[in-house]
Design a protein around this ligand. Structure first.
Ligand SMILES: Cc1cc2nc3c(=O)[nH]c(=O)nc-3n(C[C@H](O)[C@H](O)[C@H](O)COP(=O)(O)OP(=O)(O)OC[C@H]3O[C@@H](n4cnc5c(N)ncnc54)[C@H](O)[C@@H]3O)c2cc1C
Length: 414
C-alpha cells in the first residue's frame, strides 16, 4: 500500500470523486474546501435535479465537447457513463434516462447525489477541511512539497489533486483560484470565457416575454447574412434576451462570432415542421375559420398570447380587428414573424450567469492517461479547471467525475 499523503483541493464533483477513488490507497487523504460545505454548485445542477451524465455511446459523447474532447478518451476508458450510473445505483440512488438521453437520479434530487458522495468520503476516511482556501502550491525542484492556505497555514504533501472548478457561478466558490495557482507553477491557461450562457438582445421586446418558454422551436444563428448554425429544442425569454437549453448550447458559437466583431442575429422558427408556404395556407384557413373573432383571439389559438399580442403590435395591426379583415400583406407579415422571429444579439451574459467556464489549463500540459501535470511532479488536475467544455446534457459532470476518478486512481498508485 502506498504510504503517501494526498491533498485534494476543491470539494466539487471532481475533487470528491478524486478523493473517494484515492481513499483507502493512501495513509492520509485530505480534502480542502474553501466553503463551509461541499458541492454547492452540484446542488444547483439540472435545476436541482442534477443531470448526472448522458447515455450516448463513447464517440458521440466525445463530440459534445467544443474542443479537446479526445483528451477525455482515457479518462472515459476508466470511468464512463455506465460506471457512473452503476456507482450511484450500487449505493441506492436509482437513475433514469429521459428522451434526450440525459441521465438524472430517479427522484430528481441533486441533494441525494451529494449525500452519496459525502457518505463515500466518510467511508474512505477522507479528512474534510472546510473554510480552507488554498492560496499556493509549494514546490521544490519542480516537485510538490506542500500547499499554503490563505490563512497562512502550510500542509506538507508530495501529491496534490487540483480540482477547484472554473470561474462560472462564482457565488458557489469557483472564483478562478485554480487558474492563478496553476499559472504561478508555470502552467498555460487558455483564454477564459463564460460558456453555456444566455444571450443578450439589442431589442427591448424580451422584457414583455420574460419567463415565456417555447418548446420544439428551430433556432438559426446568422453571422452577418450567413446562416451558420441551427438547432431545434426549447428556449426561454429573459428580461434582457433569450436562454433555454438550445440557446445555452449555441452560445459558444455566438461568442466566437461576436469576438470577431461580426454582427449576430438569431431567428426563431416556431413551426419548423412545415414550410413557410404551408404555414401561410394554415394561417389563412385559421383566420377564415374564425372570421368573426378578433385577430387577437384567433392568433391565441396558434401562439402564446404574449407572443401573438407582441407580433400584432410589432406590425401595427389592430388587435381588435375581425380576423376576416386582415389584409394579405398583414397575413404575410404575421407568417414571416412566426417563422422567423428575429433578435439581434449584442453580447453573451457574464460569468455569474454562465453554467460553465470555457478555457482553462492547457491539455497539452496534462498527461491524459493519468491527469498528471507534465510540468510539476506530484500535481494532478481534475474537472472544470481543465480546458474542456461540454454541451448541456450531462457532459460537464461526466467530465468532472471521470477526470476526478482518473486523477484519484493515478495519484494513489504513484
Ligand atoms: C446552474 C448550473 C447548473 C448546471 N447543471 C449541470 C447539469 O445538470 N449537468 C452537467 O453536466 N453540468 C451542469 N453544470 C456544470 C457543472 O456543475 C460543473 O461542470 C461541475 O460542477 C464542475 O465540477 P468541478 O468539481 O470541476 O468544479 P466545482 O463544482 O465548481 O467545484 C469546485 C470546488 O472547489 C472549491 N474551491 C475553489 N477554489 C478553492 C480554493 N482556493 N481552495 C479550496 N477550495 C476551492 C469551490 O468552493 C468548489 O466547491 C451546471 C452548472 C451550473 C452553474
Amino acid at each position: 500500500m502506498n504510504k503517501k499523503k494526498i491533498v485534494v483541493i476543491g470539494g466539487g464533483p471532481a475533487g470528491m470523486m478524486a478523493a473517494i477513488t484515492a481513499g483507502g490507497n493512501c495513509r492520509d487523504l485530505v480534502l480542502l474546501e474553501k466553503n463551509r460545505s461541499l458541492g454547492r454548485k452540484l446542488l444547483l445542477t439540472g435545476n436541482t435535479r442534477c443531470n448526472l451524465t448522458n447515455s450516448r455511446g463513447l464517440n458521440s459523447f466525445l463530440r459534445q465537447y467544443s474542443k479537446n474532447g479526445a483528451f477525455l478518451r482515457d479518462a472515459f476508458k476508466h470511468f464512463f457513463n455506465r460506471d457512473l450510473i452503476r456507482f450511484f445505483e450500487k449505493r441506492g440512488l436509482k437513475c433514469e434516462i429521459d428522451r434526450e438521453h440525459r441521465v438524472f437520479p430517479k427522484n430528481n434530487k441533486a441533494e441525494n447525489v451529494l449525500e452519496v458522495l459525502k457518505n463515500e468520503l466518510l467511508k474512505n476516511k477522507v479528512s474534510l477541511l472546510y473554510n480552507s482556501s488554498v492560496q499556493n502550491i509549494l514546490l521544490q525542484k519542480k516537485q510538490v512539497v506542500g500547499i499554503k492556505l490563505k490563512n497562512g497555514k502550510v500542509i506538507s504533501t508530495d501529491i496534490v489533486i487540483l480540482a477547484p472548478g472554473g470561474m462560472s457561478y462564482p457565488a458557489t466558490g469557483s472564483t478562478g483560484d485554480g487558474f492563478r495557482v496553476a499559472r504561478k507553477l508555470g502552467h498555460t491557461i487558455s483564454p477564459i470565457k463564460p460558456g453555456l450562457v444566455p444571450l443578450i438582445a439589442k431589442e427591448k421586446y424580451p422584457l414583455v416575454l420574460k419567463g415565456l418558454s417555447l418548446r420544439g422551436v428551430k433556432v438559426n444563428i446568422f453571422c452577418g447574412n450567413h446562416k451558420k448554425v441551427s438547432k431545434e429544442g426549447d428556449i426561454m425569454f429573459t428580461s434582457r434576451g433569450i436562454s433555454g437549453p438550445v440557446i445555452l448550447s449555441l452560445s459558444g458559437a455566438v461568442s466566437e462570432f461576436l469576438d470577431k466583431n461580426n454582427p449576430v442575429k438569431i431567428t426563431i422558427d416556431q413551426f419548423p415542421d412545415i414550410t413557410k408556404e404551408k404555414f401561410i395556407f394554415s394561417l389563412t384557413k385559421l383566420l377564415s375559420d374564425n372570421a368573426s373573432k378578433t385577430v387577437k383571439n384567433t392568433l391565441r389559438k396558434l401562439l402564446p398570447h404574449r407572443l401573438s399580442d407582441l407580433f400584432l403590435e410589432m406590425h401595427h395591426i389592430d388587435k381588435n380587428k375581425r380576423s376576416n379583415r386582415i389584409t394579405k400583406q398583414e397575413r404575410l407579415l404575421l407568417a414571416a414573424v412566426c417563422k422567423t422571429f428575429t433578435l439581434n444579439i449584442s453580447s453573451c451574459a457574464k460569468m455569474a450567469e454562465a453554467m460553465i467556464t470555457r478555457g482553462g489549463i492547457s491539455v497539452k500540459e496534462i498527461d491524459p492517461r493519468t491527469m498528471a501535470s507534465r510540468l510539476v511532479k506530484g500535481l494532478y488536475f481534475a474537472g472544470e479547471i481543465i480546458d474542456i467544455d461540454g454541451d448541456s446534457g450531462g457532459y460537464n459532470l461526466q467530465e468532472a467525475f471521470s477526470t476526478g476518478y482518473l486523477a484519484g486512481l493515478s495519484a494513489s498508485q504513484k
